[in-house]
Write a protein that binds this ligand. Structure first.
Ligand code: NAD
Length: 234
């Protein structure tokens, strides 16, 4: 037991993948700017215009396949040599996986998978990056992207809270913490947990004490944070 590694939990959001070329919600001119979220990322949108929804996610899937992990993803993967690392990500891309992280919970789903539009537990890895109208699940219903839309429940939220609850170190990176319930994870960790936020902007909506802010781009600030953690805890 003497050599037990400290538990380090990372909550990541769109900002960690921004420097890999995948736009965040807030980026001007990005994919989200060209579409109204209500028209592409809600159950109502799927009901109204499934072609548009599939088209939006087909484009995002293509961008995800072309993108490469950046130094922030790689530095987090490296941390597994020193800590018991758990990544809870709001991202639907697979850049943490491709950088080498092995313990990842996708709160909002995965773009490279599809699910049955009737049974959300019927999930498959896509062989072809395009989902078309007429592509069916095992039970004969239309396939949809395996992503959690606005207005849908987040089935992995309880699992995520359990992961965060006994963290010794909690790192939040590249998330505006505007999307609930994921933002609540900040408040699930224990009092003496060491907390860090890495973001290119100041997060004005975060009200918790004893947080160290690493302000700047994730690709340089995460490696800096990793050095800092190794000095403190290594
Ligand atoms: P958000 O767009 O609301 O916030 C992004 C945050 O990242 C902001 O605080 C911004 O200041 C910060 N940021 C931007 N560039 C950065 C950089 N280079 N380095 C460090 N920080 C940077 O994103 P969110 O909080 O993740 O919520 C958005 C929702 O949209 C999530 O549910 C997510 O599933 C989805 N989303 C996913 C992706 C993806 O999978 N790559 C991309 C866009 C949106």
């Amino acid at each position: 037991m003497g050599n037990k590694k400290s538990k380090l939990v990372v909550l990541s959001g769109a900002g960690i993948s921004a420097e890999s070329g995948l736009g965040t919600f807030r980026d001007k001119g990005g994919l989200w700017d060209q579409y109204d979220i209500n028209e592409v990322a809600t159950p109502e949108a799927w009901e109204k215009n499934p072609e548009l929804v599939l088209d939006f996610y087909n484009k995002r899937r293509e961008l995800c396949i072309q993108a490469q992990p950046n130094q922030a993803h790689f530095a987090l993967a490296e941390l597994e040599n020193h800590f018991d690392v758990h990544i809870v990500t709001q991202n639907i891309d697979d850049l943490h996986e491709r950088a080498g992280s092995t313990n990842i919970l996708h709160l909002h789903g995965e773009i490279l998978k599809a699910q049955c539009s009737i049974n959300p537990n019927d999930v498959r890895v896509l062989q072809n990056p395009i989902i078309k109208i007429g592509d069916l699940s095992n039970s004969g219903h239309q396939l949809r992207p395996h992503v959690v839309w606005f207005g849908e429940s987040v089935p992995k939220m309880f699992e995520a809270e359990d992961i965060v609850r006994d963290a010794d170190i909690f790192v939040v990176v590249g998330t505006s913490l505007n999307v609930y319930p994921a933002a609540n994870l900040l408040y699930a960790c224990k009092k003496n947990c060491q907390k860090f936020i890495v973001d290119i902007n100041e997060l004005t909506n975060v009200k918790f004490n004893n947080v160290k802010l690493f302000k700047g781009p994730a690709s340089t600030k995460i490696p800096e944070l990793v050095d800092h953690l190794l000095q403190l805890n290594g």
